[in-house]
Write a protein that binds this ligand. Structure first.
Ligand code: NOJ
Ligand code: CA
Length: 567
């Protein structure tokens, strides 16, 4: 068929002047051909702990708004706010009792709208946390469902008869005990993968699914740019209630270890993700997945066979790896080999702080900088966790009576809970780290006197200034934004090095992940860049600031070096 040039031109003009309504395909791309979320830096905010403006010791939405200048100057393009909806706070907000409002503790919908409007002015988009697997047991849906066996909403949750005097089967909750809770009023059990106060929704009921899709649309219309989907792996359970295989040993809560074969990763989730994506695409919104996976292949499935599920399944495998050039290189290569767009994460509100996890006990600051140099220069989208940029450290409770997170109370002493990684943001060396004028809801680590925003802004060698420089570079350098990932020196045991390369530009990154000085030579012959001059873009090794060749480099312990190679 003859190509109709003028028709194509007409379509191109139409697309160029597309109205927001015509962005329905979710296909809006920037000048480099990337959808917005691929060039954005995301930042997770745990709202309880970010900034308190009314002196009740708990962070709030006005606190986030007050810190938009900070976020913009840091180089953040989108914030994911952990649940800020009305909630009895049994699981600190992951037990939602109203999906379409803001918890009074955090403010009002008007505060949210203001945050969003000012966020827009600052170029900071808002991502909300959608708790899809369960509601609170105080959600009106559950109150209705549990009111009688004939309630209209009975089938919105998973109710079953027991077997004799026992629970329906051997399913174990992730947060301790049986996953079945007896309800004396209606003489049945309901299913909960997490706490008993978090009953699982019945996603096999299309009315539930529609209500949940409608919730996302309600927020998109209000202007949110996407969702982080909580616990996506637990949406479905085996309808025949087959027992999960029992494994040897017991867990921190004293329950038998089980393989969650019939309560996790059921394939039905993919249809739900496709439907959520269809709604998201109407608003050019992004879906981020809480995808705890064991293999890159398992993670790959969440993009969807037709790229029609999650745009950003989080690579949480990275958080489990040891700080090692060899281990990181192997993982990054495997992730890049899939051709998908990676989503790198080194910390969040459920795992110990990255400073502690990767640190060796004596070079933790240097290692924190190395981690930043790596995951902020890789091909993919990074999601930061608040406070990581100033080297915040875990502060676990030392006595059971001080624990706030229920899993810490239940699992003590093996499981201390997650309070340690959720301590208030350290803004200054003032009392309470400048977080609140009241009594902070959680302890503030003593290290705040040194590790805080105000001090670190003044110190050119601080972790914070290192992050700022890396993020500035990441936003402006075309090779870092969109270049391919090409590993270099793949047999080096200590230095992780790679190129980010487009047709027009190349950036070399070399990170000494050892405590010993390393001399390295790069064989760039296959890349056509041998002997080409280099221009240092960023380094924390003073002697390399004016370096102009990468033929041979001597890297100090834990030093990182980033240079543009001129073709
Ligand atoms: C994952 C969340 O990140 C975690 O904090 C929460 O406790 C569980 N999902 C249950 O919602
Ligand atoms: Ca407050």
């Amino acid at each position: 068929m003859r190509h109709n040039f003028s028709a194509s031109l007409f379509v191109m003009i139409l697309l160029a002047f597309a109205s927001p309504g015509s962005r329905a395909q979710g296909n809006v791309r920037d000048a480099q051909g990337h959808p917005w979320y691929q060039h954005a830096v995301f930042y997770e905010i745990y709202p309880r702990s970010f900034m308190d403006t009314n002196g009740d010791g708990i962070g709030d939405l006005k606190g986030i708004t007050a810190k938009l200048d900070y976020l913009k100057a840091l180089g953040v393009d989108a914030i994911w706010i952990a649940p800020c909806f009305p909630s009895p706070q049994v699981d600190f907000g992951y037990d939602v009792s109203d999906y379409q409002n803001i918890d009074k503790m955090y403010g009002t919908l008007a505060d949210f709208d203001k945050l969003q409007t000012l966020g827009k002015d600052h170029g900071v988009k808002i991502i909300l946390d959608f708790v899809v697997n369960h509601t609170s047991d105080q959600h009106p849906w559950f109150l209705d469902s549990s009111s009688s066996r004939t309630s209209d909403k009975r089938n919105w949750y998973i109710w079953r008869d027991g077997v004799g005097k026992n629970a329906p089967n051997n399913w174990v909750a992730l947060f301790g005990g049986s996953a079945w809770q007896w309800d004396a009023k209606t003489n049945q059990y309901y299913y909960h993968y997490f706490y008993p106060q978090q009953p699982d929704l019945n996603w096999r009921n299309p009315t539930v699914a529609d209500a949940m899709y409608g919730t996302t649309e309600w927020w998109y219309k209000r202007g949110v740019a996407g969702f982080r989907l909580d616990a996506v792996d637990s949406l479905f359970e085996d309808p025949d209630l087959k027992d999960d295989p029992v494994l040897p040993g017991i867990n921190a809560y004293g329950d038998p270890n089980v393989d969650h074969q019939y309560t996790q990763n059921l394939p039905e989730v993919h249809a739900v993700l496709k439907n959520l994506r269809t709604v998201a695409n109407k608003y050019d919104a992004v879906l981020i997945g809480e995808t705890w996976k064991d293999t890159v292949a398992q993670m790959g499935a969440y993009y969807g066979a037709g790229h029609d599920e999650l745009q950003m399944p989080m690579d949480l495998m990275l958080t489990k790896l040891k700080f090692s050039a060899v281990i990181f290189r192997a993982h990054i290569s495997e992730v890049n080999a899939t051709g998908e767009w990676p989503v790198f994460v080194i910390g969040n509100h459920d795992i110990p702080r990255s400073w502690n996890r990767y640190g060796d006990g004596s070079h933790n600051d240097e290692i924190a900088k190395d981690m930043a140099a790596m995951y902020l220069t890789l091909r993919g989208t990074p999601i930061m966790y608040y406070g990581e940029e100033i080297g915040m450290q875990n502060k676990d409770p030392v006595r059971r009576e001080d624990v706030k997170d229920p899993i810490g109370k239940l699992g003590w002493p093996k499981e201390k809970g997650r309070d340690g990684e959720r301590t208030p943001m350290q803004w200054s060396d003032e009392p309470n780290a400048g977080f609140t004028t009241g009594v902070p809801w959680n302890v503030i680590p003593d290290a705040y006197k040194r590790y805080n925003v105000a001090n670190e802004l003044k110190n050119p060698d601080s972790i914070l200034n290192w992050y700022k420089q890396l993020l500035a570079l990441r936003h402006t350098d075309a090779a870092l934004l969109k270049g391919d990932y090409l590993p270099l020196n793949e047999n080096d045991l200590n230095v992780l090095s790679y190129l980010r390369k487009t047709d027009g530009e190349a950036v070399l990154v070399a990170i000494n992940m050892s405590a010993v000085q390393q001399k390295i030579n790069f064989d760039l012959s296959k890349t056509g860049l041998s002997g080409k001059p280099a221009k240092t873009l960023l380094t924390n090794q003073a002697s390399l600031r004016n370096n102009s060749s990468v033929t041979e480099l001597t890297l100090d312990p834990f030093a990182a070096y980033i240079a543009q190679i001129t073709k």
